[in-house]
Design a protein around this ligand. Structure first.
Ligand code: FNR
Length: 346
């Protein structure tokens, strides 16, 4: 097995080993104020959402994870089966592996073969050329392209594996947005975003952004535990939580579509993220955990349960549609409160 295939398998193994080990998402620092008159019925709830030109039945999706080895091909097939049965959109992991090593292309193509009619996003790093973007989209017959920005992860990866130059990301993303021919979603990988980052992306024409914050899968912890000397434990708490990142994005939510991911596991996490202005929620680590521990059928049943729980929660909150959730009264406690004060956010 090549170093590259081994790395993909290690990511999956370590994500599962470290699953749930991150103590805080900041969603626990958010409380809804209960009001006694919902003034609506459960049957009034409409869970549909819209982003990156897609109309989706549910406000959550399977976010970018894997591909590039035999083991990850199987995981992609399981995830694609869940997506097919539930109608969820699904992203692949970085297709860069297949561009460098065409022999692993099948571990990505399996997603489209399993789910011919589904909404599928291909995924690549921000440094890639438009030509590579088109190849990634072709391989999956993808409906959109996710571009990930992951500087902390690259820097913790050993010399020879991790990227060391970061000067062309914005210009490459701009070219991709202008030329790749499908909608582009720029995403973090669990370190969150600041309002400055969001403004930089808006200036180069990005229309859809997944803030992917701290609180779930932690790629500094994952890469650090792949090293013999674990030099980077100081950085394991790096970045903004998903809740804080969404608050940072608030001033721009009428100009750019914001998606939430990072540490989202339950319908209550989803409702909190949607209340902070996200159009939809991406789940990675939790879906990986579910398909590996419960299998495909029970994961599908779990998604159906989430649909019902979301309807219940939205009724309780008097929200007929996703956008109504933003009208909720929410109490924000520490550490979110202190962040807002320090950044002068009302
Ligand atoms: C990821 N993630 C990821 N993101 C990306 O854009 N490209 C990728 O190739 C990968 N690879 C990957 C592998 C594995 C095993 C996991 C669990 C995750 C990051 C992912 O999309 C997401 O941003 C973070 O994992 C945070 O969300 P969760 O896992 O806390 O829901």
């Amino acid at each position: 097995m090549s170093i590259h295939q081994n790395r993909k398998d290690e990511h999956v193994e370590l994500a599962e080993k470290l699953y749930g080990s991150h103590p805080l998402t900041d969603f626990e620092a958010m409380t809804f104020v209960h009001h006694s008159f919902p003034n609506m019925n459960v049957s009034d709830v409409d869970l549909r959402t819209h982003f990156a030109t897609f109309d989706l039945e549910l406000p959550f999706y399977i976010n970018g994870m894997t591909g590039g080895s035999d083991k990850t091909a199987t995981i992609n097939r399981y995830l694609a089966l869940v997506a097919k049965e539930t109608g969820l959109a699904m992203a692949s992991g970085s297709v860069s592996a297949a561009i460098k090593h065409p022999e692993v292309a099948e571990s990505f193509a399996v997603i489209r073969r399993t789910n011919p009619k589904g909404v599928i996003f291909a995924n690549l790093g921000a440094e890639h050329s438009v030509e590579n973007g088109k190849r990634a989209v072709d391989l999956l017959q993808a409906d959109a392209l996710q571009l990930h920005v992951n500087a902390p992860q690259e820097l913790v990866m050993p010399d020879g594996e991790g990227e060391r130059s970061f000067t062309n990301w914005l210009s490459q993303i701009q070219k991709m947005v202008e030329q790749v021919g499908v909608p582009v979603i720029v995403k973090e990988v669990g370190f969150g975003m600041s309002r400055e980052t969001i403004q930089q992306l808006m200036r180069i024409g990005v229309k859809t952004i997944d803030v992917s914050g701290r609180g779930g899968t932690n790629f500094v912890a994952i890469e650090n535990s792949r090293r013999t000397k674990q030099e980077f434990s100081f950085a394991e708490n790096w970045g903004q939580s998903t809740a804080v990142s969404l608050i940072e994005s608030a001033p721009f939510q009428n100009q750019v579509e914001i998606l939430a991911s990072g540490g989202i596991k339950t319908p209550i996490d989803m409702v909190k993220a949607l209340s902070l202005g996200a159009r939809a929620c991406g789940l990675s680590g939790h879906f990986l955990h579910l398909v590996q521990t419960l299998g495909v059928e029970k994961t599908i049943a779990e998604v159906e349960q989430w649909r019902q729980t979301l309807q219940t929660l939205m009724t309780l909150l008097g929200a007929k549609k996703i956008a109504d959730l933003q009208k909720n009264d929410i109490i924000l406690r520490e550490p979110i409160k202190g962040w807002c004060e320090a950044r002068r956010i009302d």
